[in-house]
Design a protein around this ligand. Sequence first.
Ligand code: 6PG
Length: 253
Amino acid sequence: MIRQMTDTKSLYLAAAEQVCRVGQLAIDTTGRFSLVLSGGTTPRPLYELLASPPFSANLDWKKVEFFWGDERVVAPDDPKSNFRMAREAMLDKLKIPPAHIHRIRTEEPDLDRAARAYEREIEHVLGEVAGVGRRPPHFNLFLLGMGADGHTASIFPGTDALEETERWVIPVDVPSLGVKRITMTPPLINSAHFIIFIVTGASKADVMADVLQGPRDPRRCPAQLIHPLTGEVMWFADREASAKLIQHHRIEA
Ligand code: 6PG
């Protein structure tokens, strides 16, 4: 489903309501809410909104386990750190207990070791021991953004993450940016119960139309790899980002 919002203010409000709705359901049914955060610039206003009334009182935030879908290879206090962004915008304000904050330790020298350690932490926290064939555990809600090149999390065009079918978290080289990242992989993302994409701005209009209406070509549009196995995916887009979508797509305000 695509929620096209006339302006970013109503977009972030609607997204915040949906996060709390999914969160409350998870807490009512399991006693806690596992939430994967996206990085980049787009989600920051959402995190700031969730950390302010009424949303800051709408959920028992002490029952939320926070994870990251990907991280840049920088120190946790670096301005480029996705962890730092979320900590400043939301986690500190909500006074989230450190035990519930599961960040990706990209400052580790051995990135593959850091990625495997994160897989074990996910398994441990979600309490789902990987069964035969290592089926990935299920996050309650997975937040994603999308780059103008169609990447999501740090699954970029032309990178190993595109082909990954076994691992849940891997280090990746991103030739287009000349950087390394650690990212959750499509098998883990697609095991989530609920996935929300938040996409804003005219720079994303072409790729959003490509991803949702274009020919299937995940190597060129990695966001096309996101299809939850049993869960639901919802896109929140402003008018600019969804401007090139053909009307027959179910666009609801
Ligand atoms: C990251 C993100 C990435 C992001 C897109 C969109 O670490 O950068 O996780 O996948 O969602 O790059 O970024 P913007 O929101 O800044 O456009």
